[in-house]
Design a protein around this ligand. Sequence first.
Ligand code: PMP
Length: 402
Amino acid sequence: MRKVFEDFPLLRRTVDGHPIIYLDSAATSLKPNAVIDAEANYARSLGANVHRGVSGLSSETTLNYERARRRVASFINTDADLVVFTLNATFAMGMVAHGLPTGSGRRALVSSNSHHSNLLPWRERFDVQFVGSDPLSPLSVEEVCDAVERWRPDVLAINWVSNVNGSVNPVAQICAAVRDLGVVTVVDAAQAIPHLKVNVAALQCDFLVFSGHKMLGPAGTGVLWGRREQLEQLRPLVLGGGTVASVDLGGYELRPLPYRLEPGTPNIGGALGLAAAIDYLDSFEENMLLEHQASLSLEIENIFSSLRGVKIFGPFDGATHLPIVSLLSTVDGISADVLCRTISDSSSVMTRSGLHCAHPIFQHYRQMGGAVRISAYLYNSPAEIRLAADALERAMHPFFGR
Ligand code: PMP
């Protein structure tokens, strides 16, 4: 794998003399210089609004914004007008849950490994049931088909990759299997897109959402993709400038896709940064990225399955899981929060502790004390995983044998 250290300015930062070891990419990724420059370049050299004017700057800004949309579209293999820029994955999911036309008593079947962002939007308008008896193991195609046939939901909302333990649901097989069962399929690809190839033309889902900021893009970027006929029937959550072709005293006419779903001034610099993130990701050979992430996952399995004082939450197989792992403290008197804070303060190892926006999963396993999550990405090395383990061991050492 090409050395990327120099590309990420944050990795040059030290805290108390320690270089930062960033293992919190499942929350948000670091940004390479190319992304920072693209976002700053908007403010520095373009600066105008999009779709509003015919001045030189406005046209140039619009041209760049639409080029960014086409870049996202080519990355996931779709048409540009099916790519809706959003604030983040949560907002994109909310747009689907609130925008789908519903009658009374509509039902949503939600994968049990879901993040709150693929649960709460559904609960607001739908009767929700979970599918997946073991939230930290991949769904089986059979259990999903059984649940769909038994309960006849209108929507099946699946989280592709768990943000708790990096397990991967077989979304392609599931979407293909339920295709003819009359259910709208929605895929949360927030943790998948940083690591896996996402090809919406091959994936037989109806909607797919993801965050730009977890795949090296700027904060405040996300994407909603939908099949044309599905996006067209989505009711816009918010109307206003940018969404309408004409307005009179009695009504309005919506603009075509995707503009009807992008109210107001968008995050223009963010979109340009996201396109730069895609260019950056595409500059690596796909196999290299896959091999590198497999080496991170294998190191996670090797080192944490035998580390004294912590236990991996749920199954973790370095050969099949993405490099996201949650660790439960097994030492009396030392909580996940204390561990996270201690390794941050002592060794500048940045992780995340808590319930990871997945309270039902922690409730299911009665682990409400939470876990320290370690999530690695292309700028991490197996050596950093070992340094994180050393830092954890040092943090726990005074508590052993108490
Ligand atoms: N789904 C999953 C699986 C996630 O991990 C996250 C972020 N932690 C989200 C959705 C929400 O993403 P965003 O912060 O972009 O709204």
